[in-house]
Structure formats: C-alpha cells, structure tokens
Ligand binder design. Structure first.
Ligand code: ADP
Ligand code: MG
Length: 582
C-alpha cells in the first residue's frame, strides 16, 4: 500500500473529531469566540439538542470580509499576535474551531465590524468553502451550524438523546456564564427559553446568577472563598459539607476564566472535604483559580478542558487552603436543606398516628389525661433567659428519646443529634490535640488485655507509636493479645476492647500508600466513634448547654464523621407554615 497525503477535507474531519465531540463542544467553541471578541451579550439557540441547529449571536468586535475567509481555515487565528504560547489570555488560540465545525456541518458565519457599513457572510458545507458575500446583519457576529455531523455519519451515530445533548449544552453554557458574570447570556432550547442572565454588577449580582444556575438552595448552602497566595488567587464558593451529591458534576472549576475538568483541582476539592463528606459523595464547589498565564499550560488537549500547572503543588495547596478556611469559618453551620426535606415529609397532614380514640363517654378531664399520657418522657427545663437564646444553637430545653437535644433560639428551635454531635467534637478534639503536640491520656486502673489474631496484633504493634500519639498506649502481651494501659482522656469511659479491635480492622483496610495524614484522621475517627456519648445517655441541663456551646466553637461540627448533619434548625416561620398559619 502506498503512502499518500490525505485530502484537506479529510484532514479537517480527522482534526474535527478531537475538537467537536458533540453539540455541546460546538456551543463551547462558539461562545468562547464570542467572549474573546469582547461581546457584552451572547444569545444561544439550539434546536433538537443541537443536531439540527446551533446559533450563537454576539455583539463583539466582528470581522471584516478578509478575516472571514481566514477565520474558517484551519490554523488561522487572531489570538497569537506574537507567535508565542507562553502568555495565553484568550479562551481560543488554536485556530481550529471554525474550520473543524465547517468540515463536519453546514456553517454560516455572518459578521459586521463596528464601523463597517454592512455585514458579510461566508458558508462552509462539509469542508467546501463558499465565497464571502455582503449580507444583512447587525454589529457583531452570528454563527449558524446546521446538520451537525452530516458529513461524518459515524459520529452522528454516537449522539445521545435530544434531551441528553441539550443538557450537555446547558452545562457548558452554565459554566461559561458562571465565569463571565458581567456578560448577558440567553439560552433557548427549542421553544423554551432556558435562561436569560442579566449582567451582574457586583457580588450580589454574581451570587444571584449562581443562584439562578444552581438552584435556590445554593445561597444558603454556600460559603464564599477568597485567598491570595504567591501570585495565585482563589475565589468562589464552598458548599456546606452536608449538602453533598452523588456525583462530582456540581464541581465547577475554572482556571483564568476557563472552565476546566482538571484532575489536580478535583483532587484538591476532595482533599479539602476529605473527612467532611461521606465516601462516595461529593460536595458542591465553585473554584476560580487565577494565576499568571505563564504559570499554566492550556495547550494540553484540543478541547482545552485540561491544563498543566508549572507548580502543581502550589496550585493544589492554595485551593485546599481556601476551601478549608471557608469551611472553618462556617463553624458549626450545617445545611438548612435537611430541615426542608423533613418538612416535606411532615407536610401531608393527618398522617401522624393518633392514639385510639378515647371513648366518647369520657369526661373532659379524663380525655385530657388520656392525651397527657402521650407526652414524651422529657426533662423539660425552666424558661431560658433571652441571653442564652441568642447563641446560634440556642438554649437547651429538653432531651427527648435520650438522644435528641431540643434547644430554643430567638426565632425557632434546634434539634441536635447528641451522639453524632459528640462524636464529631471528640474527633475534632483529638485532631486538635495531636496538632498541638499531644493528646491527654488517662491511665486505666486495671490495664485491659485484648485478645486478637496474630496478624492484628502485629499490625497494631507496628503502628503503636502512631496510635500512642492519640493517647492510646498499648503493648504486646504474649501471643495473640495486646495490653492497653492508657486511653485518650477525651474518650471518657469507653469500651477499650471494641475500640482496639476496630483500630486493628481500620489499619488493615488502610492502603499502604495512604498519606499518613489521612491515616491519622481515620484513627481519630475510629476513636471518636467509640468515645462519643452513645444515644441513650441522659444529659443534664448544663451538660446539654456545654455540648451546644462546644459545637458553636468547633469548626466542622455541623456534620458528623459520616457527613450527616449533627443538628437541624427549624425557624418559627417554618413551624407556623407546618400548621398552615402562613
Ligand atoms: P481561535 O478561537 O482558536 O482563534 P477559531 O476557529 O475559533 O479559532 O476562530 C478563528 C478566528 O476567527 C478567531 O481567531 C477570531 O479572529 C475569529 N472569530 C471567530 N469567531 C468570532 C466572533 N464571534 N467574533 C469575532 N471574531 C471571531
Ligand atoms: Mg475559537
């Protein structure tokens, strides 16, 4: 077989395969072009998920007739004026998008420069370029893409349903609109106006845009981020750890205004939330990382979704710190959405199981006595002082079912899961103590002997030093046993045997490569689980209040080690709504 040069159109189609994967990639490239052209407004219309038609209109700088001819050619761009890839400040730079789209679809570009008396248009069909002609058109550029992939039927076959493609388009526009809050975006899918985002003038407007894109719950679940370090700037929002999702789809990562799917940044988010969200769940995070364009290589992939940092460690570090800092500032705050879900469950009234009806013959007082029997055995406390109710978590009023602390706040009530809250406090306490140089120990009056299999003993002894840093001091005790002499004081009265067995299991599960830091957290978590006030322990008024105050002081106490909230708050307004008073 003879080697031959491929015809231009085929070369273009091969190249197009990498740039234009699906309608959403076309939308991404065209909107990026509009943004690079300095548009203040971008209007996007998509029919049949983009398969039939994609139209992007902008009010940017436009192109004259000569530029139009070049624009649809491969490797033609206005964006690398000094032939250098070192300082890329535009979203585009490869000069491939229009050529690629023109080679696999029917493309029309109509454009008019600001001072020009009229617009010009050029058409490209499956790679065949027409001539530039005068055309009607307002200032800016309108790009229309019809019958995407008609020239590459193989690719056409891989398109998903209209809905799935439309969703992917929406996601792309969403991400670009998040990164460019000052630009007006409209998106129309078929007959439906999906959104019309007015330009945001300030932080409030930016938040409102994010709220429109991410749902109403966003505002009450997001903590603002901002951190500047060694020329790296991080802005954005950290979702509360209790607001977690099944996929990482709700992570919006941007580098210099470019939406990216970057492993390093994704791992930074994972790292920051490591012991806050349950395994397999993902927080919401919006991270805008800005740095000198010379410090990052965006020319990694034709779709420009991946980047490489010159100093990956610094980039990762600043993102982790920014997220951690925001989360620490949130202190004990937990997501309010949990309460909303509970309300949704409570709302269909009349489903509260009533006691069997008291017989009609009973007198009033007897009837009252009958219902009085329903009152939970709660230790209700006297009316608290207004002072005490001013605490974010309020003043403890009662303990129900020996696990739920009910506290009264100025404008509502708080229910705390005492077991979960205490577990988190012990965990944070252990971590803090370790960071500060040592965990207070408590000597056991009678050392505890724990029998285990030989492997478990070996594992424990191998890590004895690490474990001792948490205040648990153990030694070998003949074959198949360890002896425990001291335990962390924070744990109080705990089942030492069960704790040691769990630790041995935990150490077995721990991957060898696991960072020490992570392993220490796991040890702390296992210990905390054993040290916490089990459900079922009665607490006095002072103990309950102490727990609430400790929660307010402790960052991360809004959720337990398994990512569940440790408390829920109900506002009086919500309670009134429950009773149809609002
Ligand atoms: P790139 O964006 O990488 O330069 P494209 O193929 O997307 O490559 O676009 C080629 C060129 O066409 C751009 O460099 C730009 O000069 C011009 N262009 C494309 N779209 C627009 C637009 N919406 N407004 C003004 N100029 C545009
Ligand atoms: Mg481009």
């Amino acid at each position: 077989m003879a080697v031959r040069r491929l015809p231009e159109t085929l070369i273009d189609r091969i190249a197009a395969g990498e740039v234009v994967e699906r309608p959403a990639s076309v939308v991404k490239e065209l909107v990026e072009n509009a943004l690079d052209a300095g548009a203040a407004r971008v209007d996007i219309t998509v029919l049949e998920g983009g398969r039939r038609l994609i139209r992007i209109a902008d009010d940017g700088c436009g192109m004259g007739p000569d530029d139009l001819v070049l624009a649809v050619e491969r490797h033609a761009t206005s964006k690398l004026p000094d032939d250098s890839l070192e300082q890329i400040r535009t979203l585009g730079f490869r000069g491939e998008a229009l050529a690629s789209i023109g080679s696999v679809a029917r493309l029309t570009v109509t454009s008019r420069e600001a001072q020009a008396p009229s617009a010009f248009a050029i058409e490209v069909e499956g790679g065949a370029r027409g001539a530039v002609k005068p055309a009607p058109g307002t200032r800016g550029t309108e790009v229309t893409v019809r019958d995407l992939f008609f020239a590459t039927p193989a690719r056409l076959k891989f398109l998903k349903s209209e809905r799935a493609e439309a969703e992917a388009v929406t996601d792309v526009v969403k991400r670009l609109a998040m990164a460019h809050p000052a630009i007006r975006f409209t998106l129309t899918l078929g007959e439906r106006k999906r959104f019309d985002l007015t330009p945001a003038r300030d932080e409030g407007g930016r938040m409102a845009r994010l709220g429109r894109l991410l749902g109403a719950e966003f505002e009450e679940n997001a903590l603002p981020l901002t951190l500047m370090r060694e020329g790296l700037r991080v802005e954005g929002y950290a979702g509360l750890p209790t607001w977690h999702r099944p996929t990482a789809q709700s992570q919006y990562l941007f580098v210099n205004g470019r939406p990216v799917r970057d492993r390093l940044l994704a791992s930074a988010v994972r790292g920051a939330y490591e012991d806050l969200v349950p395994r397999g769940r993902h927080p919401l995070a919006i991270v805008f990382l800005d740095l000198d364009p010379g410090e990052v290589d965006v020319n990694v992939h034709p779709a420009k979704a991946e980047v490489r940092f010159r100093e990956p460690g610094a980039a990762r570090g600043v993102v982790v710190s920014a997220l951690r800092e925001a989360l620490a500032r949130a202190g004990h705050r937990a997501t309010p959405s949990g309460a909303a879900a509970a309300f949704a469950a409570a709302r269909p009234g009349g489903q509260v199981p009533l006691p069997s009806r008291p017989p009609a013959s009973l007198g009033f007082s007897e009837e009252a006595a009958h219902f009085a029997g329903l009152a939970p055995s709660a230790a209700t406390l006297p009316e608290p002082e207004p002072e005490e109710m001013r605490h974010p978590l309020g003043a403890a009023r009662a303990q129900l079912h020996e696990n739920y602390i009910v506290a009264q706040t100025e404008d509502g009530l708080v229910i705390v899961d005492q077991h979960a809250a205490h577990e988190r406090l012990v965990y944070e306490g252990l971590k803090r103590a370790r960071a500060n140089g040592g965990v207070a120990r408590q000597m056991l009056l009678v050392p505890e002997i724990v029998e285990l299999d030989g492997e478990a003993v070996a594992r424990l002894l191998e890590h004895a030093e690490t474990i001792a840093r948490f205040g648990l001091v153990l030694d070998g005790f003949g074959e198949g046993a360890v002896i425990v002499r001291e335990v962390p004081a924070l744990l109080g009265d705990c089942d030492v045997k069960a704790l040691v067995r769990d630790l041995a299991d935990e150490l077995e599960g721990a991957e060898a490569g696991h960072a020490l830091e992570r392993r220490l957290d796991e040890i702390a978590a296992t210990m905390a689980c054993h040290g916490s006030v089990r459900a079922g322990r009665r607490l006095g008024a002072r103990e309950m209040d102490a727990l609430l105050r400790e929660m307010e002081r402790t960052p991360g106490s809004g959720q337990c080690n398994h990512g569940r909230p440790t408390y829920v708050e109900l506002k009086l307004a919500d309670i009134e709504r429950l009773f149809g008073r609002r």
